[in-house]
Design a binder for this molecule. Structure first.
Ligand code: GTP
Ligand code: MG
Length: 339
């Protein structure tokens, strides 16, 4: 079951700069004292919780993230500059593990939470720090300390924004495989999907998460088919896409209403969720030709004004579905933020 998003990354904090060995050179001071400055500290790897991010998609193409090194100390007691911290914004809920040992190192639980995961190496002290009454010309300065390298595994428990609902064979898994990187099993028999699949759908700069669950049939609330227990996986989504296939000559409105009934008997709250009706397989001639009539019937018999139509096979309507769904998800997320 793919309920976690996961990436592996090499994270490296910055090295400390070395301390300088240097002596004052002034016109009237023949043997100047030590004036080697300290090295700067290496930059740290810092995590910050970002409630606008919903997946680890942004990290999929990255292999290494490193913070910059501290600069070396200089003469005239000038300290080297500190390396810059590398601030990595991660979705709230991200857990960071040591990929080699499996140890949990960090758990980002709140928006704006800041965790210094890998501190940078301390800069070395310059030779001016080592002058004593017995050694006025120290020729020693500390090297900077190395940064820390971590092969990290980032994990995020995905919260689905969108739930796909429909009778078996409606084309739910096919749709998710077309709009996300998820590769669920697809077949022309009912109950192909036995466990939920999640897919991350890129949407402009953002993304949203779609859950594909096993098909629901009439009587499911009484245990027919696989039952309705899988509905719990879409309980916390923001919207439902209700997929309806009538390429087999079945009655789409009747099927839709039957499923709505199952939904209500599972949870009235779930039944109240924003929903869009999506007719699938509109590449099939009979489906395409009947669409205008079916739209009218949905309006009249089910009080559904807006009916989308797609074909995953020829890619029709998918872009629009992603755009409209994305708009809705962002809108609803915005409402949550404002709470
Ligand atoms: N012609 C046509 N066939 C499609 C389309 N989308 C899916 N199918 C076919 O419909 C069948 C069922 O597709 P699935 O995606 O497995 O359906 P599902 O809703 O996930 O089914 P369950 O997992 O059993 O609930 C497969 O044979 C698909 O190839 C489409 O847009 N056009
Ligand atoms: Mg399926």
């Amino acid at each position: 079951m793919r309920f976690v998003d996961e990436v592996e990354l090499l994270l490296i904090s910055g090295k400390g700069g070395r301390g300088a060995v240097s002596f004052r050179r002034e016109k009237f001071v023949p043997r100047g004292g030590p004036d080697g400055g300290d090295g700067g500290d290496g930059g740290s790897i810092v995590l910050v919780g970002d409630s606008g991010m919903q997946s680890l998609l942004d990290f999929k193409h990255l292999k290494t993230i490193r913070a910059s090194d501290g600069e070396a100390g200089m003469s005239t007691n000038k300290d080297g500059k500190n390396g810059q911290d590398q601030v990595i914004r991660v979705p709230v809920g991200t857990m960071v593990f040591d990929a080699e040992t499996g140890d949990l190192l960090a758990d980002v639980t709140a928006r704006g939470e800041r965790i210094e995961l890998l501190p940078g190496g301390k800069g070395g002290r310059g030779n001016s720090r080592f002058a004593t009454s017995t050694n006025r010309v120290p020729t020693y300065a500390q090297p900077g300390l190395p940064g820390i390298e971590l092969r990290a595994r980032l994990e995020l428990k995905l919260m689905a924004d969108v739930g796909l609902l429909g009778f078996p064979n409606a084309g739910k898994s096919t749709l998710i495989s077309c709009i996300s990187a998820a590769r669920p099993k697809i077949a022309d028999y009912p109950f192909t999907t036995l466990v939920p699949n999640l897919g991350v759908v890129p949407y402009g700069e953002n993304s949203f998460v779609v859950a594909d669950i096993p098909g629901i049939i009439e009587g499911a609330s009484e245990g027919v088919g696989l039952g309705i227990k899988f509905l719990k996986h879409v309980e916390r989504t923001r919207i439902l896409l209700h997929l309806v296939d009538f390429s087999d000559g079945s009655d789409p409105v009747g099927k839709y209403l039957a499923l709505r009934k199952e939904l209500s008997s599972f949870s009235e709250e779930l039944a109240q969720k924003p929903e869009r009706v999506v007719i699938t397989k509109c590449d099939v001639t009979e489906v395409r030709e009947a669409l205008p009539e079916i739209r009218k019937r949905f309006k009249k018999e089910a009080k559904v004004k807006e009916v989308w139509a797609i074909s995953s096979v020829i890619g029709e309507g998918l872009e629009e579905l992603v755009r409209k769904t994305g708009e809705l998800v962002m809108e609803l997320r915005g409402e949550d933020e404002g709470e």
